[in-house]
Design a protein around this ligand. Sequence first.
Ligand SMILES: Nc1ncnc2c1ncn2[C@@H]1O[C@H](COP(=O)(O)OP(=O)(O)OP(=O)(O)O)[C@@H](O)[C@H]1O
Ligand SMILES: [Mg+2]
Length: 390
Amino acid sequence: MSRVLLFTGKGGVGKTTVAAATATLAARSGLKTLVVSTDTAHSLADALGVRAGGEPTEIAPGLSLHQVDTQRALERQWGELRDYARGVFAELGLDEVTAEEITVLPGAEEVIALLELREQARTGLWDVIVIDCAPTAETLRLLALPEALDWHVNRLLPIGRRLLSTISPLVRRLAQVSMPEDHVIGAGERLHRGLMEVRELLTGPGASVRLVLTPEAVVLAEARRTLTSLSLYGYRVDAVIANRVFPSEGADPWRRKWVRAQARHLAEVEESFAPLPVHIVPYLEAEPVGLDALAAVAEAMYGEGDPFAPPSVDPPLRITAEGELILALPLADKDEVDLARKGDELIVNAGSYRRVLALPAALARRSVREAALRDGFLRVRFESGGPDDR
Ligand SMILES: Nc1ncnc2c1ncn2[C@@H]1O[C@H](COP(=O)(O)OP(=O)(O)OP(=O)(O)O)[C@@H](O)[C@H]1O
Ligand SMILES: [Mg+2]
């Protein structure tokens, strides 16, 4: 199983740099490493000081870079879905949707990149896979997408299938909106299955997220929310990286002010994210570009520890033998967390994020007795009998 490391954080804090540095260190430690970028700006290749290639390209011994060409991947994998979208658009009197337009949809590029990533994980070639994610909000939305989709697809697809087999082609032609053709449903299901597999990979026992920040008030506030929502969606966060920390030696009055402010924020970072380790990367004299500079960043960042050991943090969600559901929601605000029960599902809202949890069979028929948020954990207890027994 590959060790999967995701790097996320607010825009511009140093995600790409830190991801590239980690991948460089992994390769230099003798691990077969793939570093993947989902952004189209090719920053990862720039940071590594190489030219971007569409396929995984070995850029140094044991280190391969995959800069996903989303347009090509889309053409290859999801042409059928595009045909369906085109049909629906035409019937609604809209212009044809083109592949270019699909990739403009928010998040589409990252979804496609994640699907490509799954193919890479399947090859079993890689000891370590490092993913340079999009800035905070987008990544979150995407990471939650497979599960949200699961919810919708489970409801829609079986109906679609049922209708398809009973409605005659003539009726179908008269219907307001086109029914997906059989082969398109196949594509939809394939996409959906692919996304679920991606999610399993990214929340699985070999994967963890590292939160990158700079010691500044605004960045810290966002990182705190990100920690809560990553946990809500089931992703383990195993470290925080504080980048661009000003060295205090030889500081002039201007830098001394920054050093003092950053020290204050760093103390807050330590306190907020404890017990997670906080790795510090100093503000360097120059942009860390190229393998040697990146390796130096990684060494400063991780120190003595083994950054590629399996994650030692627990998965955020577990169900005890007594049937209590426990979901870690670190840093969540009591006033911002609420819970709703809908059929077999539990809907958990934390701030502006929502997770739809499909309850396991053992709990699905039991009503919620009580729920409480304590010490960063949401605990939900269920009645011992089914909802019909009351
Ligand atoms: N510790 C550091 N010292 C000096 N320069 C740095 C440091 N970390 C990052 N940089 C530089 O800051 C710039 C932004 O870093 P980077 O591209 O890694 O951020 P990012 O979080 O990936 O940005 P985006 O959100 O746009 O993807 C780059 O030019 C990078 O070389
Ligand atoms: Mg970046």
